[in-house]
Design a protein around this ligand. Sequence first.
Ligand SMILES: [Zn+2]
Ligand SMILES: [Zn+2]
Length: 291
Amino acid sequence: MKPIVISSFYAFAPIGSEGADRLVQDIRVRCEEHHVLGLFIVAGEGCNATFSGSESGVSALEEMFRDRLSREILFKRSSNDTAPFRKLVIRVRDEIVTSGCPEIPIASGAQALSPAEWHAKLEQGGVTVLDTRNDYEVEIGKFEGATDLAIENFSQFAKAAKGQHFNSSEPILMYCTGGVRCEKALPILEGLGFNNVFQLEGGILNYLEQFPDGYYEGECFVFDDRVAVDRYLQPTTRWALCPLCGNPANEPVPCGVCGQAAKVCADCRAGGTQFCSLGCRGAARRQESGG
Ligand SMILES: [Zn+2]
Ligand SMILES: [Zn+2]
């Protein structure tokens, strides 16, 4: 077992803005006490977070969230040799995942499929598989045959879904990384008149825990220093974040300034000279403009 435990979860719980403020305080105190780092998004509707630390520290945080938000929270865990976060970031937002439609109700859970049910439906076929994630996430891995809306962030989802003509004789099976985006995507799709829609409970990370050799292809983008995890939930060895634009990058190139090997994304690679960092790009620009 690797020493650093990583846990991610989301929970919708109507705590209101005062509850959100109190939760922020409690997260900060507990994280400092247990040396836990991570990214926490807190809103009046609940919390969405990934954090890491020792097994006992992570367990203490999980217990606090069970107490404060819901006994039913599904924590998805993995482990790593090093901490995937360098600091503690707690953000207060209007929504725990930004859909741009804060007024929509949250999915009831009635349309959620367990990984085993999801796997069986894919095996059967005759379904439309919809990836609700962003284009750069879809690019490095997705469910076999999945379609996506070519969005850059989830707040574009509602608008992009509007013009879609999915095969109306097939159920739509929808998924994201950990499940939270689908909680909002489902009511959005239902509001557009699609009424045979299912969501993957706990998302890709939950599916891979049970079916590493199933229908998921490639790797799964995650929003921390690991960049992505493979089908066995191990940190990627292929992908890095492009130092120039932040998108996933996998081909090493020598930096045109310092010569150091760097991974930049295909778009930035097509843009001409390669740089390992914004610093080297800046240095090249200063040289070009004569100092
Ligand atoms: Zn790039
Ligand atoms: Zn360089």
